[in-house]
Design a protein around this ligand. Sequence first.
Ligand code: PLP
Length: 350
Amino acid sequence: MTAAYIPGERAIAGVATPLKLSSNESPHGPGARALEAYARAAGEIFRYPSSAQDELRRAVAEVHRLDPARLIFGNGSDEVIQMLTRAFVGPGDEVILSEHCFLMAKVHALAQGAKVLVAPEPDYNTSVDEILKRLTPRTRLVTIASPNNPCGRHLPGTELKRLHSGLPENVILLVDAAYSEYATADDYDNGTTLATQAANVMMTRTFSKLYGLAALRVGWGYAAPEIIQALEHLRSPFNVNGAAQAAAAAAVRDREHAAHVRAYNERERTRLTQGLRALGITVVPSSANFILLLFSEGPRNASAAQAHLLAHGIIPRPVGGSPANSLRITLGLESDNDAVLRALRSFATG
Ligand SMILES: Cc1ncc(COP(=O)(O)O)c(C=O)c1O
């Protein structure tokens, strides 16, 4: 049996308002337009939500210039990944997961009775060769996250294409792009083009991160109509609640808020990465809203860094030894990141 998903810690005993940097939530929260839509939806909570998710579908399709018929929405992208796995994976099938993808992808595959093969990420990033060498005639699904988690690295577009070209047509490629909005590198490709052109690719996205709506649980998938229809057969009719649909539709239309958060995140990512490197701490280059810190063996290892941060009221995310001796820290507001720098300066030099 696989380990159950362990959410990020949210409290420190004796600390009234800890700095929670453990779940890659947006420190900016949602924009004003999403909050207004959510408040308006309060007047409608006696009604069932739209099962076709019309307004949300229209909003995502318009903003991202996608065919609305190729979209499916879920209670978080987690549910979309679960529906994809339920629709296409069964007992005896094999699922290849790139090492640093979302843990729930593994949970859902095992729940279907599939065999899970993990493709190592030697350079903290998806390795196309490690995935392709694990293909067998039983492979049904290949899952990568780009940017991946907890490393924050993105797979260059050329590599994504090479991965897809190496897969037989009956193998589905899931590109989990939960952190897509934060990736600013020129060679980043979130899989939209592949999912438009190929019959066997799904891209998933979420409102939990950049849009600041983690508590409402909204995510979406984009794929060929045949894949979408297979998932629609499994979808509960009211899987995304009405207030969540309304807030998410307003959030995706609020391009200003999204652009502000994206630019802020990029600035702070560079500043915190450089500041920590100046302290001698190794930071994996990130394309996401978090960074992965690598520590050495000995007294200044990852557990000691975690204890030190907690003692300073800061909650990082331990990553269970994968990668070894590392800690993940979500980027916060400028003042939050200053607090991280101060705490880790006293850790590194104390
Ligand atoms: C890589 C990755 N994919 C998917 C998810 C799921 O996000 P949600 O279910 O909130 O949309 C997460 C959440 O942390 C994640 O880190």
